[in-house]
Design a protein around this ligand. Structure first.
Ligand SMILES: [Zn+2]
Length: 377
């Protein structure tokens, strides 16, 4: 995630925090100092209020981290690869590279987060009872952590994507109905309902004069709504491309040029007359690279006549290639993630064709026109 700072590694998982968290940390410490500890625990020194506020903020940060770590460790114990945990404005995100392969695994992975928060809250509450001095600085911090962790646990159980509760609901429907896409559709609808509920209460509070709370609740609702919509879109695309292979949508006659011609000849005889923006470069009948307009632009025009295409092209070793048998659901994340417009389809060094975004869009358009894009719920 851009704007993240790495702070270390635990059990092979990168731990980072997003710069936005620093702003929240300052705001939260300040809010706690002025609006919580000095109001609820009168009679301390200014220094005590600030120390307690900063310490409480850091411990809350640690609580959120433990919540995320619980998700990550369960995911890893179930065989999923966890790359990193990033802490940011709302809490944290675990960068788990695969979707859970079965509903039971998703259920365990999602539920362990809120359970961790509730357990931490319970533990802090218990410690508070043990030490008995509710008005001391230590008691004040324990009380605050008990409240916030229990709130975090309950809030995360709200069944709205992308909250943990939404994933728990998703896994239960998945188990009952046996179809992950149907589960996504139902769970995201429930998620949207809760999102609108948050937005509605946010607006109500705002117009009743609780401006900041209203905005905050409304903002959470909007965030949930975006999460639900994007999860649903993703699932619809996956359904549409289920069982579709590269072979079904690839262009069998992609633009090719020989490696030994000059850039001048490439421009005059191939790119300009055909309107091509790129071409695969061939040596006899083997694919050796790709040449695009931006590669040519880097070479001064005076040198075009003497420079062979093979010198300027992106060599095969630096290209992503796919095979005809690959599923489109595997290829699309690569194209979107790396922002690639087209990929060569290769078999034992031979170019079978190319797959590009326009062909995929056309495929989607035809399916949609024929009404073949509906999920059977
Ligand atoms: Zn969580």
């Amino acid at each position: 995630m851009p704007g993240s700072l790495r702070i270390g590694k635990i059990w092979g998982i990168d731990i980072a925090f997003h710069v936005s968290w620093l702003i929240i940390a300052v705001l939260l410490s300040w809010t706690l100092e002025t609006g919580w500890f000095s109001v609820n625990y009168p009679g301390w020194s200014v220094g005590a209020y600030w120390s307690v506020s900063i310490l409480a903020t850091l411990l809350l940060f640690l609580s959120v981290f433990l919540h995320e770590l619980a998700h990550a460790l369960v995911a890893r114990a179930r065989g999923l690869h966890v790359k990193s945990i990033t802490l940011f404005i709302f809490g944290g995100v675990s960068n788990i590279e695969q979707e859970p392969p079965a509903p039971d695994i998703e259920f365990q992975m999602a539920l362990v987060g809120p359970l961790t928060s509730l357990a931490l809250g319970g533990l802090c509450g218990l410690l508070l009872l043990v030490i008995g001095s509710k008005t001391s600085p230590v008691g004040a911090i324990l009380g605050y952590l008990a409240l916030t962790n229990i709130f975090l646990g309950i809030f995360n159980l709200v069944p709205g994507f992308p909250l943990d509760g939404g994933r728990v609901l998703h896994s239960i429907i998945w188990k009952l109905r046996g179809n992950v896409h149907v589960a996504t559709r139902i769970a995201t609808r429930v998620g949207q309902f809760f999102a609108y509920l948050f937005i509605f209460f946010g607006l109500m509070s705002f117009f009743r004069g609780a401006y900041l709370n209203g905005l905050w609740i409304g903002f959470i609702g909007w965030f949930l709504l975006m999460g639900a919509v994007s999860a649903n879109n993703q699932s619809m695309l996956e359904t549409m491309f289920k069982g579709v292979h590269v072979d079904d949508v690839m262009n069998r006659g992609p633009a090719t040029v020989p490696a030994n011609i000059s850039l001048q000849k490439l421009v005059d005889d191939f790119l300009l007359p055909h309107g091509w923006r790129s071409a695969f470069v061939m040596q006899v009948d083997e694919l050796v690279g790709l040449i695009t307009l931006s590669d040519i632009r880097h070479i001064p025009r005076a040198q075009w006549a003497q420079t062979p295409v093979g010198f300027v092209m992106i060599p095969l070793a630096r290209l992503h290639t796919v095979t005809a048998e690959q599923s489109l659901n595997d290829v699309l994340p690569l194209m979107v993630g790396q922002d690639l417009n087209q990929l060569p389809v290769v078999q034992e060094g031979h170019l079978l064709g190319s797959i590009n975004r326009e062909d995929i869009m056309r495929f989607v358009e035809i399916k949609r026109s024929l009404g073949l894009d509906q999920v059977n719920a």
